[in-house]
Design a protein around this ligand. Structure first.
Ligand SMILES: Cc1cc2nc3c(=O)[nH]c(=O)nc-3n(C[C@H](O)[C@H](O)[C@H](O)COP(=O)(O)OP(=O)(O)OC[C@H]3O[C@@H](n4cnc5c(N)ncnc54)[C@H](O)[C@@H]3O)c2cc1C
Length: 447
């Protein structure tokens, strides 16, 4: 096989890789994108689902929401003329706390969330490891909660913060990373809210539309599908990127894949120990996103918004995702998230049992009608070979201080992108876009 020469080879056609490639192309670079899947968008996948009456409804199986201050994504929506719709949020919210059903967050939970907000303000976003109390804050978030909250509040915050933000359990993640993530997304309210927050709007036609639009501007010849990169060989003045189908000579490489996938690429020479260790220090979350489609949003009749956080049972959080199907018929849709140890336990069951447990729990929370959806949909991103986790990766206790400095540090001709390397909106589509633009800027700065 011949070796064609490129200026830049981008590994991965998620939002990070696409954004990087487009910026570099605009700056006159000869760019090739190698993508393992047969589509662009990575963790964003807007897939039509069949309903029993023969109609289709497009559901975002991965990321879907966009909110204020996510200016990179908002800018792309504006540029491509793609509209958004507000996430339905009218009605009473539901919080299960210590055996009680409440319409508002308990005061003690508010107190702990305020404390997290306050502490997060001191985290240097570009270099969290330089925080004056970094070592002390690298304790597991579960340990921090034991010191600062009652057992009931700790259980709730475990689900509402470690679960809902980082898609893991409080025992998995460094407190410093929790604080970094909170500041990166503009504070607890910004991360948790619909109106005024990260869940404010859905993208018309699905969140993959923007990725498709960027891919169109790049042109079919720029992206090669079904072509995972297996090795990157650096030597002298040039680098060779080896995929399952070919070898490509290039001056620069942008690796824009999640950490667990970047770790599986073979690097010659080996990566510096700190960079290699970073992969182990950054495990992926393991949340599950289920969607149940109903003939109508029946929970609204009871004055409920469908939005809630629950400190017991398999489901930790729900949202109303109702919208019309492809024929324009309005449908009621609930999104149910499963976090932490509940996600581990659920995955041990066969899929039909998983569905049954999710529906039973929805029926307990929202009434018998919830037990009989038109369809129930879930994609397991944790076992998907080209993602291996959901929503994104987090730092283990001790991870930021030991390995953080390697996060964005180029290794020879290799530049690192992906939402996990973002400073603002880390873990989100917006962070993925900014990370791709930052990696592109590193390369253009060399010229
Ligand atoms: C269920 C779920 C819900 C979410 N909800 C939201 C939300 O509502 N809003 C939001 O902003 N964010 C959300 N997120 C997070 C968001 O999806 C991600 O932050 C973002 O899509 C990451 O983009 P990326 O380009 O960094 O990585 P990815 O999207 O993971 O892209 C990486 C690409 O690299 C490819 N790849 C991997 N290995 C190789 C290889 N060896 N060679 C070639 N290609 C390779 C993959 O196939 C993939 O296309 C959610 C994520 C999930 C899973």
């Amino acid at each position: 096989m011949g070796e064609r020469q490129y200026d830049v080879v981008v590994v991965g056609a998620g939002y990070a890789g696409l954004s990087s490639a487009e910026r570099l192309r605009r700056d006159g670079y000869d760019v090739l994108v190698l993508e393992a899947r047969d589509r662009v968008g990575g963790r964003i996948w807007s897939a039509p689902q069949p309903l029993p009456d023969g109609s289709l409804i497009k559901l975002d199986l991965g990321g879907q929401w966009v909110g204020p201050t996510q200016n990179h994504l908002l800018g792309l929506l504006d540029r491509f003329g793609i509209r958004t719709q507000p996430t339905p949020a009218a009605g009473a919210e539901t919080y299960l706390f210590d055996g009680e059903r409440l319409p508002e967050l308990p005061l003690d939970v508010e107190r702990v969330l305020d404390e997290l907000d306050r502490l997060s303000e001191d985290v240097p976003l570009e270099r969290p490891w330089t925080h004056p109390r970094a070592e002390e804050l690298e304790l597991p978030f579960a340990a921090w909660l034991r010191q600062h909250a009652t057992a009931s509040t700790a259980r709730f915050v475990d689900r509402a913060v470690a679960g809902a933000f980082l898609a893991c359990g409080a025992e998995d993640v460094s407190t410093l990373d929790v604080l970094f993530y909170i500041r990166s997304g503009g504070g607890v309210a910004s991360l948790a809210s619909c109106e005024g927050g990260a869940q404010e709007s859905r993208i018309d036609g699905g969140a993959q539309r923007v990725a498709n639009a960027i891919a169109d501007t790049l042109g079919a010849e720029t992206i090669r599908f079904d072509e995972p990169v297996v090795r990157i060989e650096q030597g002298g003045h040039q680098t060779v990127v080896v995929s399952t189908k070919g070898r490509y000579r290039t001056r620069y490489v942008v690796v824009a894949v999640p950490p667990a996938l970047a770790a599986r690429i073979d690097y010659t020479p080996s990566l510096p120990t700190r960079r290699a260790g970073l992969f182990d220090a950054m495990p992926h979350g393991y949340a599950m996103k289920w969607q149940t489609v109903y003939a109508e949003p029946f929970w609204r009749e009871a004055g409920l918004s469908g939005i809630g956080i629950y400190d017991e049972g398999v489901i930790s959080e729900t949202f109303d995702n109702s919208k019309p199907d492809e024929n324009g018929n309005p449908r009621g849709i609930l999104v149910a998230f499963v976090y932490g140890s509940e996600a581990h336990r659920l995955r041990e069951l066969a899929v039909p049992q998983q569905r049954q447990l999710v529906l039973e729990r929805l029926a307990t929370l929202y009434g018998e009608s919830a037990r009989h959806p038109l369809t129930i949909v879930h994609h397991d991103w944790s076992t998907d070979p080209w993602t291996r986790g959901c929503f994104s990766a987090h730092f283990r206790p001790g991870g930021w201080t030991s390995y953080g400095p390697a996060l964005r540090e180029p290794v020879g001709s290799i530049h690192w992108a992906g939402t996990e390397t973002a400073v603002r909106w880390n873990g989100y589509i917006d962070g993925a876009i900014s990370s791709g633009l930052r990696a592109a800027a590193e390369i253009t700065a060399v010229r």
